[in-house]
Design a protein around this ligand. Structure first.
Ligand code: G6P
Length: 502
C-alpha cells in the first residue's frame, strides 16, 4: 500500500460512494457513482486531500478495482473524492454483511423476526460473528493507518459497530463518532441478542466520543439498551442543554480506556436529522431523461385526470410493500368509485437478493401487484403500474406526478422518499406516512399518519389523501417540503463534525 497524506476527516462505511462492474467484453470496469446524504455531505465539507472515505469492496467488480489500484480508487471514478476500498476476503465479507449485519442486526433494529422460528443464535451465528469481528478489525486497521493526529472519524451504521472501540485501542488521539442510519431496537428486542454479543456491540459503539442517531426516539432506545444490557458498566447522566444524555462507562475493555478502572470514559449521545437536498433534487428532476420518463409514465397511467398514488422503495422487508398493496386492494374493493380514477405507481427496486428471504419478498410483492391488476383492470385502466428495475430518473418522474405518496414502513431510520416527493411534486402531494418512520418526527404534523400494520386503516388514509381538497393539499405539501429540507445533507454532516470538535 502506497502511503498517502494522512487524512483529517475520515468516513467509514460498508458501501462506498462508487461501485464497479465489469464491462461486457470482460476486460474493462465501469464505475457507477452513488448518491445519498454521505456523498453530498462529505463533498460539501471535505473534498481534496484532507478527507478520505474508507469502504469495503462489495462485489467482484469492486475487488478487481482494488486489485488494479492497490485499494486507492482513481479520483476520476469518485468525483475527486479520495477513497480507499478494502478487499476483505469474500467469505469473511459475506458472513459479516449478509449474515450478521443484514440477517441479524437489521432484523433486530427493524423488529422483523417472526417468532417462534426466528431468531436462532447457534454455532453458525458464532462463526459469522467471528467474521463480523474480522471485518470490523480490517476497517479499524485501515482507519488507524490513514488518520492524521487527532483527526475526526465518522463511522457509519450497524455494519461497523465494533470499529469505534477497536480504533480507540489503536489510536486514542482520534475524535471518533458513530452514526446509525437505522432505527434502534427497543431494549427488549435488543435483549434477544446473546448477552456477550450485545455487550460487545454496545461496548464497541461506546468507544466513540459521540454516538448519534437520526431521531430522538432511536437515541433514547439506544440509551435504554445501554442501561439494561451493560448493568453496572454504564450510567446515564443528563447532558448539556440539548436534553440528550451522556453515558459514563467502563470503556471498551481495553487497558487504554480504563486506567485502573478509575476513570470511566464518557460518550455523548447526539441526534442529527437528515433532510432532502432541495437544490439537487429540483435541478435533477428537470433534466431531459426525467422529462422523457414522465411522458412514458403519463401514457401508461392514461386518463389525464386520474389520481396517482406513488411509492418508491427498495424491495426491503421493513418497507412493508405487501401491506401497502393490500391496503390499495382494499380501497378498490370497498370503494368502487375509484375504479378507473386512480393508478398506483409502485417502484420496488430489488435489494439484497443474495438473501432468500429478500428474493421471496420480491416475488410476493410482484405476485400481489399482478393479482390486483388481474382482479380490477379494464381495457383502458391498469390499477397498479409496478416496475422493479432501479431507475432514479423514473423515480423522479413519478415524484413529479404524485398526488399521494405512500410511505408505510414497519420501521425506518428516517425515510428520504417521504421528504423528497413533496419537494419535487408538481401540483402538491398528500403524504400517507407510517408513524414508525423516523421522518414522522419532522413531517407527522402535515401528513396523514398510519399504523403500518393496519391495512384497512391504511386504505382509509389513502382515501382521505385522495379526496383532500386541492387547497389543503397544496398547503400541506408546501409545509412538508419546508420541513423536509430544513436539514440538508451538507448541514447534517457539518453538524456532526462540529459536535466532535472539528
Ligand atoms: C439503507 C439504510 C442504511 C444502510 C443501507 C444498506 O439505506 O438506511 O442504514 O446502510 O440501507 O443498504 P445495502 O444495500 O448497502 O445493504
Amino acid at each position: 500500500m502506497v502511503a498517502e497524506q494522512p487524512a483529517r476527516i475520515l468516513v467509514a462505511s460498508n458501501r462506498g460512494p462508487v461501485s464497479y462492474t465489469r464491462t461486457e467484453d470482460g476486460a474493462g470496469l465501469a464505475a457507477k457513482r452513488g448518491g445519498g446524504g454521505l456523498v453530498s455531505g462529505l463533498s460539501a465539507v471535505g473534498s481534496g486531500a484532507e478527507a478520505l472515505w474508507v469502504c469495503a469492496a462489495l462485489g467482484d467488480g469492486d475487488r478487481e478495482a482494488v486489485r488494479r489500484t492497490a485499494g486507492r480508487l482513481d479520483p476520476a471514478d469518485t468525483g475527486g473524492q479520495r477513497v480507499r476500498m478494502l478487499d476483505i476476503p469474500k467469505d469473511v465479507f459475506t458472513d459479516a454483511y449478509n449474515g450478521i449485519a443484514n440477517s441479524v442486526l437489521w432484523f433486530v433494529h427493524h423488529m422483523l423476526y417472526r417468532t417462534p422460528f426466528e431468531p436462532v443464535f447457534d454455532q453458525e451465528f458464532r462463526r459469522q460473528w467471528a467474521s463480523y469481528e474480522a471485518y470490523n478489525t480490517a476497517f479499524a486497521d485501515a482507519l488507524a493507518e490513514e488518520a492524521a493526529e487527532e483527526a475526526a472519524v465518522l463511522v457509519q451504521d450497524y455494519h461497523l459497530c465494533l470499529v469505534p472501540g477497536l480504533l480507540r485501542e489503536r489510536r486514542p488521539d482520534l475524535r471518533i463518532g458513530h452514526f446509525s442510519h437505522t432505527p434502534w431496537a427497543p431494549a427488549d428486542w435488543f435483549a434477544m441478542l446473546p448477552d456477550d454479543i450485545a455487550a460487545q456491540l454496545l461496548g464497541g459503539m461506546l468507544g466513540a466520543d459521540r454516538v448519534a442517531f437520526l431521531t430522538h426516539r432511536w437515541a433514547t432506545a439506544f440509551t435504554e439498551s445501554c442501561r439494561t444490557a451493560l448493568p453496572g458498566r454504564c450510567t446515564v447522566e443528563p447532558g448539556d442543554d440539548d436534553g440528550l444524555p451522556v453515558l459514563r462507562h467502563s470503556g471498551t475493555g481495553s487497558p487504554a480506556d480504563t486506567p485502573g478502572g478509575r476513570h470511566p470514559r464518557t460518550t455523548r449521545v447526539g441526534v442529527h436529522g437528515l433532510g432532502a437536498d432541495a437544490d439537487f433534487l429540483r435541478e435533477r428532476a428537470h433534466r431531459p431523461d426525467v422529462d422523457e420518463r414522465l411522458a412514458t409514465l403519463r401514457a401508461q397511467i392514461g386518463g389525464a385526470d386520474r389520481k396517482v398514488i406513488v411509492r418508491v422503495d427498495r424491495t426491503e422487508l421493513s418497507k412493508n410493500i405487501v401491506r401497502g398493496l393490500l391496503a390499495y386492494r382494499h380501497l378498490l374493493a370497498e370503494r368502487p368509485e375509484w375504479h378507473g380514477r386512480v393508478v398506483h405507481v409502485a417502484f420496488a427496486y430489488p435489494s439484497r437478493q443474495d438473501l432468500a428471504v429478500y428474493r421471496e419478498y420480491t416475488g410476493e410483492v410482484q405476485r400481489i401487484a399482478a393479482e390486483i391488476n388481474a382482479a380490477f383492470a379494464t381495457p383502458d385502466w391498469q390499477p397498479v403500474e409496478m416496475h422493479v428495475r432501479d431507475d432514479f430518473a423514473r423515480s423522479l418522474a413519478a415524484y413529479r406526478l404524485a398526488d399521494v405518496v405512500l410511505v408505510n414502513p414497519i420501521r425506518d431510520g428516517m425515510n428520504l422518499v417521504a421528504k423528497e416527493v413533496p419537494v419535487v411534486s408538481e401540483h402538491g402531494c398528500a403524504l400517507v406516512l407510517s408513524r414508525e418512520a423516523g421522518a414522522a418526527e419532522d413531517l407527522g404534523e402535515h401528513a396523514v399518519m398510519v399504523n403500518p400494520y393496519d391495512v384497512t386503516g391504511t386504505a382509509d388514509a389513502l382515501h382521505e389523501a385522495l379526496v383532500m381538497p386541492a387547497a389543503e393539499r397544496t398547503d400541506r405539501s408546501k409545509a412538508l417540503a419546508t420541513a423536509a429540507t430544513a436539514l440538508p445533507p451538507a448541514r447534517w454532516f457539518k453538524d456532526q463534525l462540529e459536535a466532535l470538535g472539528g
